[in-house]
Design a protein around this ligand. Structure first.
Ligand SMILES: C[S@@+](CC[C@H](N)C(=O)[O-])C[C@H]1O[C@@H](n2cnc3c(N)ncnc32)[C@H](O)[C@@H]1O
Length: 288
């Protein structure tokens, strides 16, 4: 520790320690990340407490129980050191904090972390820590996390392997990594193209990147860079990182399809629930 700064022993990056937050001294990230980070900063910007509370209530009603059930099938959420990668407002982490030894949120968007911080403070939660970092290179020592969750995060950059390697590094032996990502199927090849999803298979990937990023200049990519994956690709990446037990399955969530016209929503929901050709998201679980 030096003054108000901490310096990561691994990468040498300087961090500013402010209360429960560790913020990067330099806001410059790798260039392929900058474009996504701007999009996410804009996404979270201007959220007042009332709007956040409304969003959180909707999350608790629609999603929390379903996600809780799926994660705790692989690791009971009790007295654990929990890490939420790409935590955003960190609704999930805040609502399990009372059962955890410590909850840590990592996100590269400072605006997202401010949002999460407001909510933690408002609830009077003390056992949390928020870190501004790239999930491929987190200022955390190896083997320190029992359970980690990424809700729609590891698809937002090209180098998925580097990220999954990093997740493996920070987990304790026996620790569990649980991520949800868009599934590569009819859904990702059709309506997900509205915001520029990139199917992670050769040729389609290069084609989608050319169209969305070069021709259309990424203006419509409101979630920044986003890929969709085949189950076999996810398994291969996790196996290469070193994970022992690996499971890929449908990620059960209450479906909304906000980007689809209202009239078509019931049809989309029926299709998404009935066939893997239309599953919006899959979960990938890896045990170290
Ligand atoms: C789809 S949002 C998910 C937010 C939250 N997990 C949830 O379930 O509501 C993706 C989040 O990942 C963050 N993110 C994307 N790429 C990242 C990276 N390379 N490093 C850290 N955070 C990243 C974004 O800032 C954003 O908050």
């Amino acid at each position: 520790m030096k003054g108000n700064f901490l310096i990561c022993k691994g990468c040498g990056q300087k961090y500013n320690l402010i209360g429960h937050c560790l913020l990067r001294d330099s806001e410059t990230f790798a260039s392929d990340y900058e474009f996504s980070r701007e999009k996410w900063d804009n996404y979270y910007r201007g959220n007042c407490l009332k709007k956040l509370e409304d969003e959180e209530n909707e999350y608790l009603q629609r999603h929390f129980n379903e996600i809780y059930k799926q994660i705790s099938e692989y690791k009971p959420i009790k007295e654990v050191v929990y890490l939420e990668i790409g935590c955003g407002s960190m609704f999930f982490g805040q609502n399990i904090a009372k059962d955890c030894d410590l909850v840590i949120g990592v996100d590269f968007s400072k605006v997202a972390l401010n949002t999460a911080h407001k909510l933690f403070k408002n609830k009077g939660i003390k056992n949390y820590f928020l870190i501004q970092a790239d999930v491929r290179e987190m200022p955390l020592r190896s083997d320190c996390i029992d359970l980690l969750y990424g809700g729609g995060v590891i698809e937002h950059f090209k180098d998925t392997q580097a990220c999954v390697d990093e997740l493996y590094r920070v987990l304790k032996p026996g620790g569990v990594s649980f991520n949800s990502v868009p599934y590569l199927n009819i859904g990702s090849l059709t309506y997900r193209q509205i915001w520029g999803n990139v199917p992670n298979v050769p040729i389609l990937k290069q084609l989608a990147e050319f169209v969305h990023m070069k021709l259309l200049k990424a203006r419509h990519m409101r979630f920044g860079y986003e890929m969709s994956f085949l189950g076999s690709t996810l398994k291969r990446i996790h196996k290469k990182a070193g994970f022992r037990t690996i499971v890929v399955d449908k990620f059960e969530v209450s479906l909304v399809f906000k980007s689809v016209p209202k009239l078509l929503r019931p049809l989309f929901i029926r299709l998404a629930n009935s066939s893997r050709l239309f599953w919006p998201m899959v979960k990938i679980i890896g045990k170290k």
